[in-house]
Design a protein. Structure first.
Length: 224
């Protein structure tokens, strides 16, 4: 399994196959720069150590297309003692916040919070401000928060930009390609008890997603 790659603004860092990536470079004031980490969901769900920024910083943003594994990775990183707010539930919590003008303790006190950002976030400035308040309060209390990009991939620039660079890391998840994709499809064949001879067709799908590959293998198995 390839080690997730770590990037910094304006340049690309080296790949560290056998150890944690080093701490982020600092500017002349000694403040860590934002960290951007790229990889597939399986890379971050494995046993290899995470880049330090992802493992330690209070807020982690997870970006990527629908079905790439953002929520799965976020829940894994957050651990068992987490609070999880899917989009529909979060919208209800936001309405309660608007009425009370404060966040319920149930969302401020957990050691780890995973939330799925609502769709059309860039068109909802009040929602963005509310989420900024939540993340800042949780950070001040020492909690960790994981924010998954909405399936419509609407930009979260305002939300991400509201936090200090030392308090955030961003993960960009992508689907596997090349040998990584083939390895995944072969594992899926074994999991579904589908003959491995079908792996080639499932690997060459365009577009390719985990869900489409799984469905293709099940369809091919039924026809054979």
């Amino acid at each position: 399994m390839a080690e997730p790659r770590t990037f910094e603004p304006e340049f690309q860092a080296s790949v560290f196959p056998d150890a944690l990536a080093p701490d982020s470079p600092t500017d002349i004031d000694g403040i860590p720069l934002p960290t951007l980490v790229s990889g597939t969901s399986t890379e971050f769900l494995g046993r290899k150590p995470l880049p330090r920024a992802v493992a330690r910083r209070p807020v982690v943003f997870l970006l990527g297309p629908k079905g790439v594994g953002k929520t799965t990775v976020a829940l894994h990183l957050a651990g068992a003692q987490r609070c999880y707010l899917p989009e529909e539930e979060l919208l209800g919590v936001l309405r309660a916040y608007a009425r009370a003008r404060c966040w319920a303790e149930a969302y401020l006190s957990p050691a780890a919070l995973v939330l799925e950002a609502p769709c059309f976030l860039s068109r909802r400035p009040a929602v963005t401000l509310a989420l900024q308040d939540l993340l800042q309060q949780r950070t001040s209390r020492g909690g960790r928060s994981f924010v998954c990009e909405a399936d419509d991939e609407d930009p979260m620039r305002e939300l991400i930009g509201s936090l200090s660079p030392k308090d955030k890391a961003t993960m960009v998840l992508r689907f596997p390609v090349g040998r990584g994709r083939r390895r995944y499809v072969l594992r899926m064949c074994d999991e579904l008890e589908v003959d491995r001879s079908h792996a080639r067709q499932a690997t060459q799908l365009v577009p390719w997603t985990y869900a489409l590959a799984r469905q293709a293998l099940m369809d091919l198995s039924t026809r054979s």
